[in-house]
Design a protein around this ligand. Structure first.
Ligand code: ATP
Length: 393
């Protein structure tokens, strides 16, 4: 959808912000640009909608050279979200969202109706529309910024540190919202961030830049984490590289021991972990109540009276990292698995989770090696075309 071919940007003061960039951003995917401050991420992003003009090279959006298009028209056809939303302070939220549709001549009524619909899409209450931006929290303003960018339903969204100015809890909520929206809308998104965790969470592909506007590596997150191209990328990914890889792998494919009723005449069922000492007790509806230590049971006691150690249950869509975390806290060393309704389906032992984690690492590494081989290079290529790796739903 977006292609950079040998793009160079040198500002009049002599600064080279982007150096010989060749990069493809696939349709319907999120490409995240990361790197330290001043490495050319924003300049790269802004060249897509011609807010910055390249010095040389070609940029195509949907196959068309951006320089061959009218700049204002191009900008209206591409959504743009920036840090702190950049809303017009004297316009209501609804009018802010309706900005591009009005510029496109939709008429006030239709533009406002679309804006009202988008308020709901981004998770804001209808009455928010009448307020002014300063009457909203930072997180709410960012949602309005996203709604404004989506108003004319552009195929491409440019997002420049959109969640950089909110606290970590709101940031996670906004990331969740974006993932949810993206599942529905499948936009081609270019997302700039400083935060590698955000990049791993949101990106279908991550492009890592180094100062001077050099692209060092571009790959799906799992490949990048399993096979960083050089020491710069390794350092940038941080010391928890392997754990980040586990955060991308869902628990789904890891086998589980199925739960079976302990005694047909009791409203509890149990499944054994840790050689049978620990029993998982469930309610009549099959929800997990906790782990029962059978060694500590009084001779005459029953499962229904004994104290239970709480068990946090995981679903198939949870990550191997969450599973690993649970095995550390679980007295049995097993994680409890539940279905979408919260009913226990079984348990998985720590060893199974470790084995799957090792396999996930090997598979991601093999994917990167295949890509490097295809590219005909003896080091991982900066631009890869490998199949996207597993990603949490
Ligand atoms: N208009 C300009 N004139 C001159 N130099 C500029 C201009 N805009 C950006 N630069 C320089 O180009 C380089 C890349 O800037 P850019 O904003 O693209 O980096 P960035 O990776 O987005 O940085 P940050 O993460 O800090 O936002 C920097 O050295 C910056 O100072």
């Amino acid at each position: 959808m977006i292609q950079f071919e040998a793009v160079h940007k040198r500002f009049p003061n002599g600064t080279t912000a982007v150096h010989d960039l060749t990069l493809e951003m696939p349709e319907g995917g999120v490409t995240v640009l990361v790197g330290s401050s001043g490495c050319g991420k924003t300049t790269t992003l802004r060249m897509v909608n011609r807010m910055v003009e390249p010095t040389s090279g070609t940029i195509r959006v949907g196959g068309k050279d951006v320089l061959a298009q009218d700049a204002a028209e191009l900008r209206r056809s591409i959504g743009y979200v920036i840090q702190q939303a950049g809303l017009f302070p004297h316009r209501t939220v609804l009018d802010n969202i309706a900005t591009v549709p009005l510029l496109l001549g939709w008429g006030r009524r239709k533009a406002r109706a679309r804006a009202a619909e988008l308020l709901e899409t981004v998770g804001l209450a209808a009455d928010t529309g009448k307020r002014f931006p300063h009457q909203l929290s930072g997180g709410q303003q960012q949602r309005v910024g996203v709604a404004r960018a989506l108003a004319a339903d552009p195929p491409v969204l440019l997002m420049d540190e959109p969640f950089g100015a909110v606290d970590p809890v709101v940031r996670t909520q906004l990331q969740d919202e974006l993932l949810r929206l993206q599942k529905e809308l499948s936009k081609t998104i270019v997302f700039v961030t400083h935060d590698i965790d955000e990049a791993v969470r949101l990106g279908d592909r991550i492009a890592i830049f180094r100062t001077g506007g050099h692209l060092v590596q571009c790959a799906p997150p799992a490949e990048l984490l399993a096979s960083p191209a050089d020491d710069f990328v390794t350092d940038f990914l941080g010391s928890e590289r392997e754990l980040k890889l586990l955060s991308l792998t869902p628990l789904k494919e890891v086998p589980q021991t199925r739960a079976t009723p302990l005694r047909a005449d009791e409203p509890v069922s149990a499944v054994s972990g840790d050689g049978g000492r620990w029993q998982l007790v469930t309610s009549a509806a099959g929800r997990p109540l906790g782990w029962l230590d059978t060694d500590a049971l009084p001779a005459t006691g029953t499962a229904g009276e004994a104290p239970l150690t709480p068990a946090r249950a995981l679903r198939d869509t949870d990550s191997l990292l969450s599973a690993l975390n649970e095995t550390i806290g679980s007295p049995s060393g097993c994680v409890v698995r539940v279905d979408a309704d919260g009913a226990v389906t079984g348990v998985t032992a720590r060893e199974e989770i470790h084995a799957r984690a090792t396999a996930a690492h090997a598979a991601a590494g093999a994917g990167a090696a295949r890509t490097a081989g295809t590219a005909g290079s003896d080091s991982p290529a900066p631009t890869t075309t490998a199949t996207p790796a597993e990603h949490p739903a």
